[in-house]
Design a protein around this ligand. Structure first.
Ligand code: 4AD
Ligand code: MG
Length: 434
């Protein structure tokens, strides 16, 4: 027999017929007296190892018998193709060597409550579903970077400690910065506007923080946001980038994460549909639609809640842009529609299947006088934002950008009903552990 190579479960397809050695954990075990079926996992995947008593040394058989759930081991065996197995491969075990015996692993095959699983998040991550979510999240990040890196955008990092707010003052995390007050960033956008004036097309990708007292399935306290900002790009062009971008991300996951989507039992026909262009509806028309479809009391000027967004999204089988929101409802920096200053050149992108807003974006005010006026109306300190006002003073240009929430996007693509499973260690209203 040729030399035994150390490999991973992901790589077994290139070792069919050969003996390999894999460091792994026991996920589950089934035994029929003379044969033990080991469900093994090593982080890269799952494989069944078959131990036949009459074919292995006694030590290997005994080691396999001792193995408890989540014990770690070195396994050696011959890789076989097996069309019945979900991975397509199986291993005829020739040797098993326990590294560490695990005792009383808390997550058993029986059903557990969400609080229990969240308390054990550090272990819960080992289960097939959670692993699949993390793999898809990583693929989404890769697809995001690929999209922007191949379209002339430069990655620029925004600061996390900031002296001022970017998205309103109601949900700021306060901290001390030596003697000064500081806040954890809610959005890198304002800094990206400065970067766009230096580099043309930029994007940031980092953690953002919102001290939101909302306990919904869409809100995290700490979440990751991708924020592109583009000089010389208007509202219309901004929407076209967004629909190309979201289509790219979804199609990339469909191509590269087939087995993970299968583990999650995701209905991929709904995702296959997600190709540009996306439908659009104005805020005005969305209000009319709601009034005619179950929300007769909804008034122009009110903000949409989750039930409204879901009702609107249900009419479409792709993400839908809701455009031209009332100026009053939106952030101070959004550019008013020149034909109708009571609405702004903005859009929220609402994901299908009830996943809600995944993108908020707009064209930005480039007129220095109007920006100053907005500062006064919103009672923002000109001093604190002098640098931001400078961007309108020295060669101001039309520019636009948007922010995509990573976790809501992961929830939608994976078909999860809560964002708490989309991030390795979620920070929620009542949860900072583990
Ligand atoms: O709509 P938001 O607040 O927009 C901004 O922060 C802009 N400065 C973005 C920009 O134009 N550069 O947030 C953008 C997205 C939302 O659509 C949502 O997907 C996500 O960030 N998001 C959250 N995700 C999870 N938990 C929360 N608490 C979130 N708040 C916003
Ligand atoms: Mg928003």
């Amino acid at each position: 027999m040729s030399q035994t190579v150390q490999t991973t479960i992901r790589e077994v397809s290139s070792h069919v017929g050969a003996q390999v050695r894999i460091g792994c954990w026991l996920h589950r075990k089934r035994s029929s007296g003379k044969i033990q079926f080991l469900q093994l996992r090593d982080g890269t995947g799952f494989i069944q190892g078959v131990v036949v008593k009459s074919e292995v040394a006694e030590a290997a058989w005994e080691a396999a018998e001792k193995l408890t759930q989540e014990s770690s081991l070195w396994v050696t065996g011959i890789v076989r193709e097996d069309p019945r197995s979900p991975s397509g491969y199986e291993m005829s075990v020739t040797g098993a060597e326990i590294i560490h015996l695990s005792a009383d692993y808390p997550i058993t095959p029986k059903e557990h409550g969400v609080d229990f699983l969240m308390d054990n998040r550090h272990l819960w991550l080992r289960t097939p579903r959670q692993r699949a979510v993390m793999v898809i999240r990583a693929q989404i990040v890769r697809a995001i970077q690929e999209f922007f890196d191949t379209r002339g955008f430069t990655l620029v990092d925004a600061p996390i400690l900031t002296p001022t707010s970017a998205e309103g003052t109601t949900n700021l995390f306060h901290t001390k910065y030596f003697e000064e007050d500081a806040y954890l960033t809610q959005s890198g956008q304002l800094y990206m506007e400065a970067a766009a004036m230096a580099l043309g097309k930029v994007y940031s990708f980092g953690p953002t923080f919102r001290a939101e007292k909302s306990k919904t399935r869409r809100h995290l306290i700490e979440f990751w946001m991708i924020e592109p900002e583009m000089a010389f790009v208007d509202h219309e062009q901004n929407l076209r980038v967004q629909e190309q971008f979201v289509s790219h991300v979804v199609q990339s996951v469909l191509t590269n994460c087939k087995s993970e989507l299968q583990t999650l039992e995701r209905d991929t026909s709904k995702l296959a549909n997600v190709t540009a262009p996306f439908p659009r509806i104005t805020y005005d028309d969305a209000v009319k639609f709601l009034n005619a479809n179950g929300f007769p009391e909804f008034n122009w000027g009110e903000d949409f809640g989750a039930p409204h967004e879901t009702a609107i999204a249900e009419s479409y089988d792709k993400p839908v842009f809701i455009t031209h929101y009332p100026t009053e409802l939106k952030a101070f920096y959004m550019k008013p529609d020149p034909n109708r200053p009571e609405v702004v050149l903005c859009a929220d992108l609402i994901a299908p299947e009830g996943y809600g807003e995944i993108i908020g974006g707009s064209q930005r005010i480039d007129d220095p006088e109007l920006m100053e006026q907005r500062f006064k109306e919103h009672e923002l300190s000109m001093e604190a934002y002098q640098w931001y006002l400078d961007l309108r003073k020295y060669g101001s240009v039309p520019h636009s950008g948007f922010g995509l929430g990573l976790e809501r996007t992961v929830a939608w693509i994976c078909g999860l009903d809560h964002v708490r499973e989309t991030i390795p260690f979620p920070r929620l209203l009542y949860r900072l552990y583990p």
